[in-house]
Design a protein around this ligand. Structure first.
Ligand SMILES: C[S@@+](CC[C@H](N)C(=O)[O-])C[C@H]1O[C@@H](n2cnc3c(N)ncnc32)[C@H](O)[C@@H]1O
Length: 363
């Protein structure tokens, strides 16, 4: 079929389909947060009574959820009395294996968590205000950290190694690296593990995120003397302190990105390198009229933008109001205003939803 069918029947069906997707997502959130997927993955098939007993939850609700999960095709069920439900291996990986690059359960935390803030979001949409990252809370913060972690832990080292001069810079003894907007700190930890002679300095403006970094760093006691995390607005960084800086998926959230990029430029030694990892969105806005050309990356990023990143960026004024869909030319303009004139796109392909941009501080 070509073209987007906008007949009443087609649009109505689309809303029904979207509702089915929303129900699936909310049910994933429930199973994730109540430990039901974890129990099915770790302890095996269960009846409703067994699952409730294992997870200290209510058997009547557990039964409804198990039946919903079977009806929607996530779980399989036998014909015993009472029936027992199984989480197949593929679903277990996606829903419980936090090391897997296919671990997408945290998406449900992001969208369900932000939906809780809909009254505040409506206020912001009316007034031009925002909803801060701190207000979006634990679900958004943990979702962000858990979604990105496997990519940093499993794919970042190889991706950076594919850029030889950058890899050589990061490999130098005592290379000093800043990780701006480090969130839960997994990127900082991954860099420290990939570059055993580097010194890592993670910064985040959000206190709860910095607390999370300490817990995460605690899992790697051998890194303790090379990694620090500091609660700080990255608009205020020490001068000429770093050989390299990274900004992973955070520039588009910043109300005043030029201010931060300028601070990063000053914080780099002359000729130092800045790597920005941000969404791999298209070069320009486009609304295709052919259903075969709907772009799922753009659709997802606009979803994040509506519910999370734009309201976060607007929560501190004045704000440029970037939103998640930061096009390459937008970043180039921010960086140019901050004194970086040389944006290049690194040839790192198929790294999640992201693209890597490189900048060099003037000598
Ligand atoms: C979407 S999260 C990304 C976190 C992390 N880099 C990752 O990839 O998971 C954006 C982060 O940027 C932080 N942030 C936003 N503005 C900041 C600023 N001016 N200074 C430091 N951190 C900032 C937020 O607190 C949040 O933790």
């Amino acid at each position: 079929m070509t073209g987007v069918d906008r007949s009443a029947e087609a649009v109505s069906q689309r809303i029904v389909d979207a509702s089915l997707g929303a129900v699936d997502m909310i049910a994933v959130y429930v199973g994730d947060r109540l430990g039901w997927y974890r129990s099915l993955a770790d302890d095996g098939p269960a009846s409703a009574e067994e699952l409730a007993a294992r997870t200290d939850t209510n058997a009547r609700y557990a039964r409804e959820w198990l039946e919903q999960q079977a009806v929607t095709g996530m779980l399989t069920v036998d014909d015993a009395t009472p029936p027992r439900f199984t989480l197949p291996a593929g679903a277990a990986e996606v829903l419980t294996d936090s090391d897997s690059l296919l671990f997408t359960a945290p998406l449900a935390r992001m969208f369900c968590g932000s939906a809780v803030e809909l009254p505040a979001l409506l206020d912001a949409y009316r007034s031009g205000g925002g909803v801060s990252w701190a207000q979006l809370g634990t679900d958004a913060r943990e979702s962000q950290a858990d979604m990105n972690r496997p990519w940093y832990e499993r794919a970042l080292a190889e991706a950076l190694a594919s850029v030889p001069d950058l890899d050589a810079l990061l490999r130098r003894p005592d290379t000093s690296i800043a990780d701006i907007g480090c969130g839960g700190g997994w990127s900082t930890i991954a860099l420290a593990r990939a570059y055993p002679e580097a010194l890592l300095h993670g910064f985040d403006i959000d206190r709860a995120s910095v607390e999370l970094t300490q817990a995460n760093l605690g899992m790697y006691p051998d890194l303790g003397d090379r990694v620090t995390f500091t609660e700080r607005d990255a608009a205020h960084l020490p001068s000429a302190a770093y050989d390299a800086a990274f900004a992973f998926e955070c520039v588009h959230d910043m109300p005043r990105p030029v201010e931060v990029l300028t601070a990063i430029r000053h914080s780099l030694v002359p000729g130092g390198t800045l790597i920005v990892m941000d969404e791999a969105v298209g070069d320009a806005f486009a609304a295709p009229d052919d259903i075969r050309e709907l772009d799922d990356t753009e659709r997802l990023m606009y979803g994040f933008s509506l519910l999370v990143c734009l309201p976060d960026g607007m929560s501190s004024q004045p704000s440029v109001g970037t939103g998640t869909v930061m096009r390459p030319d937008t970043l180039r303009a921010y960086a140019s205003d901050a004194g970086f004139d040389d944006m290049t796109v690194l040839s790192i392909e198929n790294f999640g939803f992201w693209r890597f941009y490189r900048f060099t501080a003037p000598s």
